[in-house]
Design a protein around this ligand. Structure first.
Ligand code: DGY
Length: 320
């Protein structure tokens, strides 16, 4: 029987590519570099499905121009703001993503950023590597104590909850804002705030875990930063567009905020260059889900969705 033809827009972990090659007529990308739009469209000729990365802009025009043969688009990510879901649905193209399986890896990175930003890891690392370190002294690199502080979580989905779980081990008090209050067995004593604003006033640390939607884009602006306690620490592992970069940078420069830990950036990888100059910013290159186990699991979930789709079974993680 003829195997379905699938296009993979970016190089995937080896073990995942091996499965695609075994089960599909797979058009792999041998490079970590994304194809440009025209090239990707060209590769989709005669394809049944495509797997896309967060860097691919799957907008209405792209979807419109996809060949009739393409019936499924699978995102190699939990977030799917780079795909025009409405346009896909109009053309009856199924869309899937990879939620839940990256929860722990992403929560781990949020904690790394929280600790590293609070305790000035960037400056410490630089001091040791440069040879500028002259020895222990009582006032060197004094940071923000984590233990016992209040952690505000904006967006209490599975990643927010996993961060809360880790933070409890640091005796942090958990506050959160979510559209819906969690049931007690998930809330686990965390304090729910009906509004994001009320959460900000209580957040010595603020960790962002909301998707990028018209409601959240640009949320962390000057007005909202001013509601945070002085010397608060901001962590972002969600999407860069949730933050207004100029306002966050100004607050980091003025000392209103003690530090920030960022894994995601508006316009990434072309982040606002001012971030690079700020030593109170702990910067990572969007590696929230980047553990071998998690990236393999994400790839296998895409394969499971393709398998289900082409066998006529229900999708495991449908978006539309
Ligand atoms: C996602 O899945 O949305 C992350 O940002 C990348 O793993």
């Amino acid at each position: 029987m003829k195997k379905p033809v699938i296009v993979i827009s970016q190089q995937l972990p080896e073990i995942v590519e091996a499965r695609f090659m075994r089960d599909y007529d797979a058009r792999l990308n041998p490079s970590i570099k994304l194809y440009d739009k025209e090239k990707l469209l060209q590769l989709c000729k005669g394809a049944d499905g495509i797997a896309v990365s967060i860097g691919d802009k799957i907008d209405a025009d792209f979807i419109e121009r996809l060949p009739e043969s393409v019936h499924i688009i699978s995102a190699f990510s939990a977030g799917f703001e780079h795909i025009d879901i409405k346009a896909a649905s109009m053309r009856k193209i199924a869309v899937t993503n990879t939620p839940e399986i990256l929860t722990n890896a992403t929560a781990d990175i949020a904690m790394l950023l929280l600790l590293g930003a609070a305790r000035r890891a960037v400056e410490g690392d630089k001091m040791v590597r440069s040879g500028e370190w002259t020895g222990w002294n009582p006032t060197q690199l004094l940071g923000v104590q984590v233990t016992g502080k209040r952690l505000g979580i904006l967006g209490m989905g599975s990643i927010g909850q996993a961060v809360a779980k880790r933070a409890r081990a640091f005796d942090m008090t958990i506050h959160y804002h979510n559209r819906h209050r969690l049931p007690p067995e998930l809330e686990l004593g965390a304090v729910w705030h009906e509004t994001a604003e009320s959460l900000l006033y209580k957040s010595d640390f603020l960790s962002l875990h909301c998707p990028a939607t018209p409601e959240t884009v640009g949320f962390l602006d000057e007005k909202h930063i001013s509601m945070l306690p002085d010397r608060a620490v901001v962590i972002n592992t969600s999407r860069g567009t949730v933050v207004k970069d100029d306002d966050l940078i100004a607050a980091l420069k003025s000392g209103k905020l003690a530090a920030a830990g960022l894994d995601v950036y508006d316009g990434e990888p072309n982040l606002n260059p001012e971030y690079r100059k700020l030593l109170n910013c702990f910067l990572l290159p969007h590696i929230g889900s980047a553990s071998t186990e998690t990236r393999n699991a994400m790839g296998f979930l895409i394969a499971d969705n393709f398998d289900a789709f082409f066998a006529g079974n229900p999708l495991l993680t449908p978006v539309n």
